[in-house]
Design a binder for this molecule. Structure first.
Ligand code: HEM
Length: 158
């Protein structure tokens, strides 16, 4: 499903409130996700969780995305950095629905009554679009790494 114009407007309309509560959203998000999926927690630098650095970065990325739905090219370098960090920490496509579920729940909780079903649906579609873009780029980075590794092994075998 692609993000419709009115859904883009709905997502954008939530940016001010989410900016106000951005870090709270990501804190709620990480707490719940790690409680439900303890296997994911070791992928994250726990010092950065405690000092709030990682929640800040995730909040900033999500808000930058929400505010630039029509100009994703502006986010290119930032997204590329995140994707390389994801590959370094072995993020896989199957992790994305888990993150999406807890992110949406946290958005719902923090926005309260303002989180109408239409807004949550629009956010779900927006998240999935970004997830698909990132999964595609990350697959290319993994493939490139595997190719380089095979070449190194061939050289080592000569
Ligand atoms: C659209 C979805 C996502 C966004 C916008 C996002 C955003 C970010 C950002 C901004 C960073 C920080 C990059 C940096 O250090 O500069 C990051 C790192 C990271 N992300 Fe994501 N992420 C997403 C999905 C996921 C998923 C599905 C996982 C899987 C569990 C994940 C796991 C991680 C990990 C392990 C790190 C490195 C954390 C660390 O260094 O402690 N992310 N992500």
């Amino acid at each position: 499903m692609t993000l419709l114009d009115h859904q883009k407007l709905l997502v954008k309309s939530t940016v001010p409130a989410l900016t106000k509560h951005g870090e709270e959203i990501t804190r709620v998000f990480y707490q719940r996700m790690f409680a439900a999926h303890p296997e994911i927690a070791p992928m994250f630098n726990q010092d950065d969780q405690k000092n709030g650095e990682q929640p800040k970065r995730l909040a900033a990325a999500i808000l930058a995305y929400a505010g630039n739905l029509d100009r994703l090219d502006l986010l290119g370098p930032a997204v590329s950095r995140i994707e390389h960090r994801h590959v370094a920490t072995k993020v896989r496509p199957e992790h994305y629905p888990i993150v999406g579920k807890y992110l949406l729940e946290a958005i719902k909780e923090v926005l309260g009554d303002a989180a109408t079903p239409e807004i949550l649906e629009a956010w779900g579609v927006a998240y999935n679009e970004l997830a698909q873009i990132m999964i595609g780029h990350e697959a290319a980075i993994y493939a490139q790494q595997e190719k380089e590794q095979e070449q190194e092994e061939e050289v080592a075998a000569v």
